[in-house]
Each structure stands twice: as C-alpha cells, then as structure tokens.
Design a protein around this ligand. Sequence first.
Ligand code: PMP
Length: 487
Amino acid sequence: MTRANVKSQQVPDVSTQRAAGRVEGGENSAPRALTSELDGTPPNGVPLAAVSTVPAKITTPDQAAELEAADSKYVMRPWTHPAGEPVIVARAKGCVVTDVHGKDYLDFTSGYFVNNAGHCHPRIVEAATQQLTQVLQVSGKHGTIAAIRLAEKLMSLAPKSIHKAFFTTGGSESNEFALKMARQASGKTDVAYLENAYHGLTVGAIEITHSEPYRKTAGRPLGDFSYPVPNAYCYRCEHGVDNCATQCLDTMEDKIKARPNTGALIAEPIQSVGGLAPPAKWWDRVEQIRRKHGLLLIIDEIQTGLGRTGKMFGLDHYGLEPDILVGGKGLSGGVGSLGMACASDAVVAKFFGGTTPTSGGNAVSAAAGLALIETIVEEGMIDNAARMGRYLTDAFWALKDPWIGDVRFIGLLGGVELVSNRDTKEVLPKKAISAIKDGLHTAGMLITVSGTLGNVLRLQPPLSITAAQCDLLIAAVAKTLAAVRST
Ligand code: PMP
C-alpha cells in the first residue's frame, strides 16, 4: 500500500536528465575559490555567518607535523585510504573543511553524510550551545524537552504507518533494535536483506549478555537466520533495463517463499552503496510480495534520510509505508551521535527493549538534530539537493568522458560509475581508481569510492553546495581522468 500523495513522484530518470538542459548557474558560471562558501550565500540567499577570521595556516608546520605523528601513533584506522589521508581537520564551515596545514578541501563526504546542512551551521551551533546549559543526558528512562520535540517533528514528517521513536546512539545500533523489534512483533526469526546491502558493522552484544529474557525474545545474532534477496542494480541488469518486468523479483519471491520463518525484509529505499535507485515498479512489487508473505518492512534511512535524496526521506520517492523506520547520521546535527528506530503502534506494542542504550537520545544531539531538520527545510536545502543532483548529472554526462559509464544522482546521493569500456561496462582497474582518488585528493576534493564493484566515485556533499562548487569538482574530475588515462 502506498501513500497517495507521493505515489506519483517518480525517481528522476537519468535519461531525461541527460537530455535536459543544465540548471541555473550552469556552464557559464565561473568556478570560484574553494573558500567561496565562506563568504558566499546559501541557496536561499541568506548570508552565512562571517568566518573571515579563518587564518591561512591553522597551526605552524611543526605543530601540524606533530599532530599527524600523534594521530598515526595513537589512533586506529583499520581501513585503507588514498594518499594524503587521513585529513586532520582543524576547522570546517559549510562545504569546506580546512586541515591543520591550512589547506581547504571541498567535502564531498559531508563528514560521512552527517553534516547535511553543512559543517558548523550557525543555527545548529546555536541550538546545541543553548541546550548545553540546560540538561545534557538523562537516559531513555526519563525524557528531555529536546528529545520530545525531535520525536514530535520526526513523526510529523514520517509516513503515517510510523508512530513512535526509540532513540539510540547511532546507526548500526538502531538497526539492531529494529531487528529485535521485528522479531518480537512477528514472532519469527528470519530476516531478508538486499544484495549489496550495508546496514552497519556491530556484532550482537547480546551473545555475551547472560539474561534469558533478552536472549529469548530477540537475542541470537542473525547468523543463518538472514539471507540476501536481489537488489536493483539496473545499470548491470542481466535482463536489460528496457525489458524490465521486475524479473529479478521472481527470485526474491521464491527465496522468501522457501523461508516461511521470515519475519521481516530490511532495505534502504535507495541503496547508498553505489547510489542504486530502483524504478517505482520495483518497489511496488516488493510491497506486494512482502505483504503477501506477511513480512514486516524495515526501511533504513540512515544515509538516505534528512534531505539527502532531494526529499525528506528516501521512501518519499516511492510512498513506502514501513513498519519500522531507522535513522542516524545527520539526526544528531553532527553533535555527538544519535540514532532512531521508529515503529508502528502494532510493533511498539510488542517491543521489549530494556533500558539501553545508556546514552540514547542525548539532549544536545537532539536539539542539534532538530535544528538541522528546521535548517534544511527553511533554507531550501532539500530542493537545492534535488537541483544540484540534476546539475551534477548533466555536467558529468556533458564531459563525454570514455571512462564515465553511468551517472547516478538522486538528489545528492550517488555518484559516477567508472568503466574502461562503455559498451562492455568493464570495471575500471583498481590501479586507475586509486590514482583517480589520489588525484582528486590533491585537487582538494574529499571523496570516497563505493559500489558493489568498488568503481563508483561517491559524491555526496552537504545539501547547501552551490553550482560554482560543483563546477570545481567537475573540472577536477575531468582533469584527473584525463591525466590518469595518459599515464
Ligand atoms: N545503514 C546505512 C545505510 C549506513 O549508511 C550506515 C553508515 N554508513 C549504517 C547503517 C551504520 O551507521 P553507523 O556507522 O552510524 O553505525
């Protein structure tokens, strides 16, 4: 069942965008300096707070070297990163971060998709500062004005199937609570998830918690109780997008039928890894399948939520009405960490949670999160995300670069899939992708690489980004791709 008011809103069709002209501030607008945002204006024309006091060098060269040495000595970073990273950030404002050497970067990671209103937005800083003097933390056993107001706001924005919020301390933890809720409400153990899915990296702590009530109702880690079902990677669809009759979902239905103890399906409305937006008919059929087999729907909006896709939630593109809605990242406004697992009254009635997480719903994070939501709405940033997504799409296709196989922006979620051959869609070799990452880093662009095949430049800036700042990225990508190709 879908919400009538949003049912007609379709996910942007890339081919239409490709054909469309570029939007305001387009080809003719000259790139400005990276720091233009510091004295520039956001989409609604309201000047940002003056930050002209940012010094050219944040620390002396000796202090910067000492900080970097201390970082590599004391801080674990159990992943690989391109040359020049980690960037030790001394200051950040809007879409620009400045490292300890005074070098500016345009942040196409938004502090890992948290700072949707831009770094250190004055309204968020103000809201958090005010809250700091009132009350900080009381645990979920009691309440704070900030957490209540945030829950109220979220419920006014969420689909009508969602009634109450349970606050946690972050994304992965919220998904764990969502799984518990689904098992308790359905009385079933199994959970289906989409191929290519990412929902967090924690290990079930309950396995080392000696409490039968917790273990019995929800506790065992999923292990064999979870299984993947097909996602919608339309660019590489074996049936061909032009012949789409959602054939991939026949397999989904077969798998779900074969596992009668399945209680829930968990999915992002649009897969963030690789920026994969299913066509509306895909979600329509998933809805039919999951209702036919009595599955609860858990929608993970940790990355797609809060304006990122050009709508408040990613599910608004499809009119989905989940039983459980999960959020995180920007929900804290970037102040501390805050997550949520929200649910329908029917699910809430069967939820047995316990008094953790101890620090869930921190009042300062909640006040900042509420300010973030108000800011992205009142300063037109959600519409700006939709506009800049179209702008980037058209600009990347206009490059006609032989390595750009697909351009997928839904608002400011997604990026560019790189191939060595546009006809065969052969993935660009890892070595070239590494060199491109390094080149963009040197050019002052903070980006990440993502996708099932590790070949998608993920480009997800704050929702306040300007066309001129997008032009800087496009120029840097064009130059870098050509330079790597010529080596
Ligand atoms: N789900 C999605 C869709 C995410 O993008 C992330 C974080 N990248 C998580 C869950 C996990 O969130 P966290 O890192 O805050 O635990």
